[in-house]
Write a protein that binds this ligand. Sequence first.
Ligand code: NAD
Ligand code: UDP
Length: 319
Amino acid sequence: MDGMKRILVTGGAGFIGSHLCERLLTDGHEVICLDNFYSGSKQKIRHLIGNPMFELVRHDVTMPYYAEVDEIYNLACPASPIHYQFNPIKTIKTSVMGAINMLGMAKRVKAKILQASTSEVYGDPDVHPQVESYWGNVNPIGIRSCYDEGKRCAESLFVNYHQQNGVKIKIVRIFNTYGPRMEINDGRVVSNFIVQALRGEPITIYGNGMQTRSFQYVDDLLEGFVRMMGTADHITGPVNLGNPEEYTMLELAREVKDLTGSTSPIIYQSLPKDDPMRRQPDIQVAGELLNGWKPLVPLRVGLARTIEYFDNLLSVRPG
Ligand code: NAD
Ligand code: UDP
């Protein structure tokens, strides 16, 4: 097929990665999904196994890997605070050694490589909304630093491989993204609130619920990924990809209660250390570079789709 590419997706058996594999197959490409199943699972890509355009590889990105590919989406890294704080040293190794290994491979096979960076590089921001030119406010020795600093170091590696070795890089900074295929016990706020509401259990707000996040539906992110990968070689990013609609956690809890019709009480628990107070992307750069890209799925629509997913899942796996 004209324009068909062979594409490697690291972390392809995770929440975002599984949707990305599906999207790239739909676009007519060949996909290699690489994962060590640390926070992802075969379940998420089971429906793709057997597709002759799809290959699944069990591999850890902290070890070198080699395949002749045209493009690499580097997503391997646990994203939920519970998962990335469980083994912080491994989290740093995954971000840093994973970046080195994938960049080395990209250099060798002359592949374009996109890094799934994060709004966490801005830390607890004192510039609001966050623009790409803001350098961030990260605690380098705090409980989130294994993730935040790992991702910051990965960005540095990407830029240096580009400048020193001419590797074609694309850095996107992803803001909180949600949708079907998040794990029931993922620990992130959207899945927690939905599962709690559907089970009739208390909805756990950490802190006073006045901290904010801006939630992006996964399909909007994928469109941004694909457009970013398709940009001219001199465009490297970083580019923010997120939905600028900003909500407090209390507002989110109320939306979820309303959409599920749940009678769950809202309860307040202690706020984890270094939890950022505000987060909202400035997406002007994305709009300019990515052909007018902007998120299309409003929170209530995305939440409704995610609730439907969890509702089905809980009826099969009630425990
Ligand atoms: P996820 O935990 O569902 O997916 C991560 C995947 O990477 C999992 O399948 C996991 O098994 C795999 N993985 C972890 N360590 C690995 C290793 N050493 N070798 C190979 N595979 C490994 O998380 P997600 O939400 O799908 O996030 C995907 C990427 O996007 C991550 O890099 C994350 O940092 C980034 N991101 C996500 C969000 C979000 O809101 N979901 C926000 C910012 C950035
Ligand atoms: N949060 C919450 N209740 C939960 C899980 C998370 O109030 O059950 C809060 C958390 O303290 C944070 C926000 O929701 O302020 C987003 O948390 P998440 O772990 O989803 O993402 P991140 O903090 O990495 O943006």
